[in-house]
Design a protein around this ligand. Structure first.
Ligand code: GLP
Length: 253
């Protein structure tokens, strides 16, 4: 695991965007595993900026997103489909037919999860998977306690995740209680993984993920077993790690 320590959210986003750019420049038809949440917004902004300057093209890339709420239409402003269009896809030259997100409107969970698994397989696997991390260590929507061996499946969101995501909705009651998510097995099959984290509220879970036992109680801890993981955190998110195990960190400037 490479762990890059950055100054702030902007710096974290630039470093993460650099890693994704390098992937796309080296392999123009890369399969990009993408994420939502507040963590990747700055990374997408930086990539859009470089795209607008003519430095990077996503014309031949394919994208596959981690997760989607069950029950929201693609037009719903809280859906991850809407998030991806407004924060990234609408501003770059990716072919929308090459973008994939679980279909939250398909209420037949078995059918939707099987479809999404076959989409990922048909793309030949994910070249680089971008991840954020939830306060309880969830990645995608893989909540604590779930078996590591799962591919795309339907999850019941934990109370703490619903609370954390309430900030995007008008009230807690509006937050969907179920989601489709790639499983840990799908995520671990990606060739490279890039996890980003910002803010003091992520400091404890980052320390646990990196140095704690590998356990379904902290889903992200499984990343210790992947052979190509890069973590980019800002100084607040890596503050506990810096205090307790600074030798694990590469300091960026
Ligand atoms: C949601 C998403 C995750 C994301 C997490 C953290 O639950 N499903 O993919 O990593 O929130 O979000 P944020 O980056 O806003 O802290």
């Amino acid at each position: 695991m490479k762990i890059y320590f950055t100054e702030d959210y902007y710096h974290m986003s630039r470093v993460a965007a650099n890693i994704i750019s390098a992937q796309v420049i080296l392999k123009e038809n890369s399969v990009l595993g993408l994420a939502t949440g507040s963590s990747p917004v700055g990374t997408y902004k930086q990539l859009i900026n470089w795209h607008e300057k003519g430095d990077i093209s996503f014309r031949n890339c394919k994208a596959v997103n981690l997760d989607e709420y069950v029950g929201l239409t693609k037009e719903n402003e809280q859906s991850y489909a809407y998030f991806m269009r407004t924060n990234f896809f609408d501003h770059i030259d990716i072919d929308m037919r090459n973008t994939n997100i679980p279909d939250g409107q398909n209420m037949d969970a078995d059918n939707e999860c099987a479809r999404y698994n076959s989409v990922i397989r048909s793309l030949g696997g994910i070249d680089i998977q971008l991840l954020g991390i939830g306060h309880n260590g969830h990645i995608g929507f893989n909540e604590p306690g779930e078996a590591f061996g799962k591919e795309t499946h339907c999850v019941q969101l934990k109370e703490s995740t619903i609370k954390a995501n309430t900030r995007f909705f008008s009230s807690e009651a509006q937050v969907p209680v179920k989601a489709y998510t790639m499983g840990i097995k799908s995520i671990m099959s990606a060739k490279k993984i890039l996890l980003i984290a910002s803010g003091a509220d992520k400091a404890e879970i980052m320390y646990e993920m990196i140095t704690g036992p590998i356990t379904p109680a902290v889903p992200a801890s499984i990343l210790q077993l992947h052979n190509d993981v890069t973590v980019v955190g800002d100084k607040e998110a890596l503050s506990v790690l810096k205090e307790k195990s600074p030798e694990l960190i590469t300091f960026m400037n």
